[in-house]
Design a protein around this ligand. Structure first.
Ligand code: NAD
Length: 495
């Protein structure tokens, strides 16, 4: 990841794009002048150079956000004024959709069609939705018998640090940045080191949309002992919103405790997908394929352990395997591609470890193969041991397990027997059962007869090791503001 001689040569030849920090409205290099290369996981060659930040860059970004919050116009604008700028920003994101999509494709190998059709649209929608939400959401007023009334103000919290993972770079960044900005905060975003480019592009577009300088800052670098850690320890920060691995979440919570500031953590998952015998099978297979193989399985919500009622197990496995085998694996830039390479050499090695140890899981390989470079084809493991790593750990790649079950009680126990609790899916035509099972699962989201569908007003987050807190709609409002009660005396003093 650090600069190689060949990437330096390519940069000197003008072949690599450069992505800088964007601090206080200016894109530029690190104080140290150091850079790192972003590797295209398809070619396994550097395609861009990125400013490599350290604590001084992180501190500079926080200072800019602090100044902008304390003295600048953004928190003092009306929600409607901010809404206008955020909508202009969303328009520019759509206009630059190809550039943004390609940036994520080249950084982390996401299939272009998924980046362009889903991620770009959702990124723009996140900005539009939260801009509108902050503009129109009502506050409560409590008329009191004493002749007073109490209302709630939702004032911006201050400087928000957003730390993001690499699997849906721009989309997950916007999920944090959009509500933070809409409620009047200023932001320092640290994208993942494996997917830096789209964050810089977004910060350029925000300035073009008319966002004042210092409102949306981007600083690049690594996590521990680098920019990430420095951001989480800075005493001028008021909120940290983080998406990433559960262990990183613990480190961030520890750092935040030193400054006693709230954190929102969206962490790992091991999504269960339960298919009952009465399910509409074609629908179940279609969603189940998307649930595990979208983004090459690098999805926190991935339906990576499927449970199928025994009476339809064989039929489900055959049809699911046929659909998995039919997926188009290849160059992520090709619009037809459905499965790209794993996002980085390091991540490939981790997922490859799961592939190489399938035998020790106690399961049978139904389909699956290694490809060239950092490719792994859709892989299906049947009936692994319940305690195997394949059944309990987040693989974060195109590998799924399928296990039969006999009763509803048994499968609910299996699903809940996990340290994660992000999401689950269930497929059934039995309405009563759908509600009963949904109520009994220890997860943040249950999808019934579908997957991935999101209403941005709904809470999103995980139970257990999958997260702390919820974001979305009013849940984001609670996190990104300091709610304040104002008690008014309505009549003149009675005495
Ligand atoms: P990661 O935890 O390794 O890194 C995420 C970010 O944290 C990166 O920007 C990284 O530089 C930074 N970081 C790492 N250590 C840090 C530290 N000590 N202090 C501050 N920052 C630090 O995660 P990843 O590998 O980029 O992403 C994959 C993980 O993210 C998976 O576990 C996945 O399930 C999870 N994820 C969760 C959700 C969700 O909504 N729950 C969504 C997407 C991804």
């Amino acid at each position: 990841m650090t600069t190689t001689a060949s990437s330096r040569r390519a940069a000197a030849a003008g072949e690599l794009e450069f992505f800088g920090h964007v601090i206080d409205g200016v894109e530029g290099p690190s104080a140290s002048g150091l850079v790192f290369a972003s590797i295209d996981p398809y070619t396994r060659l550097p395609w861009a150079e990125v400013a490599l930040g350290d604590k001084s860059d992180a501190d500079r970004a926080v200072a800019a956000a602090r100044r902008s919050f304390d003295e600048g116009p953004w928190p003092r604008m009306t929600a409607g004024e901010r809404r206008e700028i955020l909508h202009r920003f969303a328009d520019l994101i759509i206009d630059h959709g190809e550039e943004l999509a390609l940036a994520d494709v080249r950084d982390m190998g996401k299939p272009y069609t998924q980046a362009f059709k889903n991620d770009v649209q959702r990124t723009a929608l996140n900005f539009r939705f939260f801009a509108d939400h902050a503009h129109i959401t009502p506050s409560e007023v409590y008329p009191m018998d004493s002749g007073h009334h109490t209302y709630t103000r939702f004032d911006a919290a201050g400087v928000v640090v957003a730390i993001a993972p690499w699997n849906f770079p721009m989309m997950l960044e916007s999920w944090k940045v959009a509500p933070a900005l809409a409620w009047g905060n200023t932001v320092v975003l640290k994208p993942a080191e494996d997917s830096p480019a789209s964050a810089t592009i977004m910060a350029r577009l925000a300035l073009e949309a008319g966002m004042p300088s210092g409102v949306f800052n981007v600083v690049h670098g690594y996590g521990p002992d680098s920019v990430g850690q420095a951001l989480t320890e800075n005493p001028d920060v008021d909120r940290i919103t983080f998406t990433g691995e559960s262990n990183t979440g613990k480190a961030i919570m520890r750092a935040a405790s030193q400054n006693l500031i709230p954190v929102s953590l969206e962490l790992g998952g091991k999504g269960a997908n339960v298919v009952f015998a009465d399910a509409e099978l074609e629908n179940a297979i279609d969603w189940s394929i998307r649930a595990i193989f979208t983004n090459t399985g690098q999805v926190c919500l991935a339906g990576s352990r499927i449970y199928v009622e025994r009476t339809i197990f064989d039929e489900f496995v055959e049809r699911f395997t046929d659909a998995a085998d039919a997926m188009v694996v290849g160059d992520p830039k090709d619009p037809a591609t459905q499965i790209g390479p794993l996002a980085s050499g390091e991540h490939y090695t981790k997922v490859r470890g799961f592939f190489d140890t399938i035998e020790s899981s106690g399961g049978r390989v139904k389909t699956g193969a290694l490809g060239d470079g950092w490719f792994i084809h859709p892989t299906v493991i049947l009936e692994p041991d319940r305690a195997s790593a394949h059944q309990t750990e987040e693989i974060f790649g195109p590998i799924v397990t399928i296990t039969p079950f006999d009763t509803e009680d048994e499968v609910v126990r299996e699903v809940n027997d996990s340290r994660y609790g992000l999401n689950a899916m269930l497929f059934t035509e039995n309405l009563t059962r759908a509600h009963r099972v949904a109520a009994s699962l220890q997860v943040g989201t249950v999808w019934v007869n579908c997957f991935f569908i999101r209403d941005l007003r709904a809470p999103f987050g995980g139970q257990k090791a999958s997260g702390v807190g919820r974001e979305g709609g009013n849940f984001s409002r609670e996190f990104f503001t300091e709610p304040k009660a104002v008690v008014m005396q309505m009549a003149s003093h009675p005495h």
